[in-house]
Design a protein. Structure first.
Length: 165
């Protein structure tokens, strides 16, 4: 199986779990955060929902410079809009993988802020990091939801709240 096919398979599997997690965020908790150093639920879920677009960025550019492209998140205020935003970005991620060229996977992709270089990695590693970031932040969201006493959907198996796996 090609690396793109493997990425596509994983992307679709993880999208199911991510969609379930995003769909249970309470509409009245978007400004909530468990600690002053933590993101708000709005910031966290927005980031999770936007990460699929990084696949196309990794495949179709040589990097991202925040000095030239300041980060401006989309404002999300409710769960219906959040899930719709995630679905839109899933389409972009799917299209990027479907048209991606494995021959470019070893090319370096640079994340920077002006002269400060955060990372310089092969494009395939950036795609992998994107998947890992989704999983990492989804786990953070699970903790946030647990602290709010929101039932946690099953993911890689049943959860204490959802035995439907």
């Amino acid at each position: 199986m090609s690396q793109i096919k493997q990425f596509q398979k994983e992307f679709e599997k993880e999208a199911i779990t991510t969609r379930k997690m995003l769909s249970v965020v309470p509409n009245d908790k978007y400004d909530w955060q468990p600690h002053p150093k933590s993101m708000t639920i709005r910031q966290l879920t927005n980031h999770i929902a936007e990460l699929p677009v990084w696949i196309g960025m990794a495949l179709n550019t040589s990097g991202l410079d925040f000095a030239d492209n300041p980060y401006t998140p989309t404002t999300i205020n409710d769960t219906k809009s959040l899930v719709a935003y995630f679905e839109k970005n899933l389409i972009e991620g799917r299209e990027a993988l479907a048209t991606g060229n494995e021959e470019t996977f070893s090319e370096l992709w640079t994340l920077r802020n002006g002269e400060e270089v955060y990372s310089k990695e092969p494009k395939s590693d950036i795609i992998r990091m994107t998947f890992n970031q989704i999983t990492h932040h989804r786990a953070q969201l699970g903790v946030f939801l647990r602290l709010l006493d929101v039932p946690i959907p099953a993911s890689y198996g049943p959860s204490a709240d959802d035995m439907s796996f």
